[in-house]
Design a protein around this ligand. Structure first.
Ligand SMILES: O=C(O)C1=C[C@@H](OP(=O)(O)O)[C@@H](O)[C@H](O)C1
Ligand SMILES: C=C(OP(=O)(O)O)C(=O)O
Length: 453
């Protein structure tokens, strides 16, 4: 859906600090959004209580907690919010859920809500109302759970009792009309615009009476690591998942176990800090780096090396060294679209041409990120063009400007990174970073002051 971007209040500008010297910092990064927002819904439909440690507490995580509480899950927190005790309860309908701008809430909660007895209304920020939802909603309708535009009652069904797919809404706000259970079956889903459609359905599938067989039918499938993450967390909770055939998954019905879950640090949120070492030189370290991970940030050592950094992992601490000189890149980021704004900031600072591709689906992120990157790089004095599936950037020679962030946390960190090397960069609505990081400005200043935040 081509729409105008949702703009911010331009009177709210954070002057991005410029680095006066090479960096020498250690940054402790809060828990992973993607792992926290998978652990929570799985715990809500588990057979027993779960304790989640190291959880992220940010807007997206709090929206997930709010959604699950509304559906009847008891969630208490301690340790400044980082430890969550989740007690599953019967899923109740006749409720309304705020998804904010969180893709994980918009796409993971409807399949859980479909297990409730009664309609669940879902809506979100203005920017959420243009993010693609059709594939996951059509899948629910095909599974026998009608989905309507909010405020409408379910109507015509076909001879099999299923809703006509053409009547299923494509965007929020919607109502999911569960009747207390799903039989489950075999369905096709086009996940070319977001892997989250697959993840959301797989997460709820152990609770479908017959489980679920899912085929991806689109031409491209972005964010494979996030699908692998979904399979990994399901298996960790005792669910049987078959992912042997590419683009096809089978989840067996069964109980989801509870117990203890430890969340890894958010490696995508580590990216702007690690990238800062390349932007201005020096070193940045992130402790508690997992030795193996399904997070797309696991690709950062390779990506930052391609961009001219030196990366070492020692005793669980990842350190990136930079010289302040960045190498332009040609990168397929289809597996790690989340990292694209960080890589684009470095490409905009690199003298020469870079091409980031495999990321057409970024048009459906918090904002149309391809358009946003081109507009903001141009505003900063660089040259950028939108490609069919990415962006082309000729970097170097930027000047200061107030950067619009379109309610997109990663556009805000993109601007902050440029500001490290280019004086006079203002970040409009830096508060939008609270989507996944509670205190980006504090962490950023602390990185520049050296030491540990
Ligand atoms: O499953 C997840 O936790 C995510 C999947 C990806 O979505 P897309 O496949 O829509 O890019 C990623 O960009 C998003 O930030 C988080
Ligand atoms: C695309 C992102 O988020 P969401 O989970 O809202 O899709 C992101 O964090 O880069």
């Amino acid at each position: 859906m081509a729409t105008s971007p949702v703009l911010s209040d331009t009177s709210d500008i954070w002057p991005a600090p410029t680095a006066a010297a090479p960096l020498d910092a250690t940054v402790i990064v809060p828990g992973s959004k993607s792992l926290t927002n998978r652990a929570l819904p799985l715990a809500a439909i588990a057979a027993e209580p779960t304790t989640i440690r190291g959880a992220l507490r940010s807007r997206d995580a709090d929206l997930m907690i709010g959604a699950l509480r509304t559906l009847g899950t008891e969630i208490s927190s301690s340790d400044h919010g980082a430890t969550l005790e989740v007690r599953p309860g019967p899923l109740r309908g006749d409720v309304s859920i705020d998804c904010g701008l969180a893709g994980t809430v918009m796409r993971f909660v409807p399949p859980i809500a479909a297990l409730a007895d009664g309609p669940v209304h879902l809506d979100g920020d203005p920017g959420a109302r243009v993010r693609p939802m059709g594939p996951v909603l059509r899948a629910l309708a095909a599974l026998g759970v009608p989905v309507t535009a909010s405020g409408r009652a379910p109507s015509a069904t076909d001879s099999t009792g299923r809703q006509d797919p053409d009547t299923v809404p494509q965007y929020l706000p919607v109502a999911v009309h569960g009747t207390g259970g799903i039989r489950g079956s075999e369905i096709d889903v086009d996940a070319s615009t977001s892997s989250q459609f697959i993840s959301g359905l797989l997460l709820a599938a152990p609770r479908f009476e017959a489980g679920l067989t899912l085929h991806h039918v689109g031409e491209v499938l972005p964010s494979q690591p996030h699908i692998d993450m979904t399979i990994a967390v399901l298996r960790e909770r005792g669910v049987e998942v078959d992912d042997v055939a590419p683009g096809k998954w089978r989840v067996e019905p069964g109980e989801i176990s509870g117990g203890d879950v430890l969340i890894e640090p958010d490696l995508s949120n580590a990216a702007p800090f690690l990238g800062a070492a390349l932007a201005v030189g020096g070193s940045v370290s992130v402790p508690f780096w997992p030795s193996t991970t399904t997070q797309p940030g696991g690709l950062l050592p390779e990506i930052l090396t391609r961009l001219g950094g030196t990366v070492e992992l020692s005793d669980g601490v990842l350190t990136v060294h930079g010289t302040g000189s960045i190498t332009p890149v040609d990168l397929d980021l289809s597996a790690a679209g989340e990292l694209a704004p960080t890589v684009a900031a470095l490409a905009a600072l690199a003298p020469g041409e870079s091409r980031l591709h495999g990321i057409a689906h970024l048009r459906g992120h918090e904002t149309d990120r391809l358009a946003a990157l081109v507009t903001e790089i141009t505003r900063l004095g660089g040259i950028a063009e939108e490609l069919e599936d990415g962006v082309w950037i000729r970097g170097g020679d930027l000047h200061g400007a107030d950067v619009e962030t379109y309610h997109d946390h990663r556009m805000a960190t993109f601007a902050a990174m440029i500001g490290l090397a280019v004086p006079g960069v203002g970040v409009v609505n830096v508060g939008t970073t609270a989507k996944t990081l509670p205190d980006l400005p504090g962490m950023w200043h602390s990185m520049l002051g050296g030491g540990t935040h």
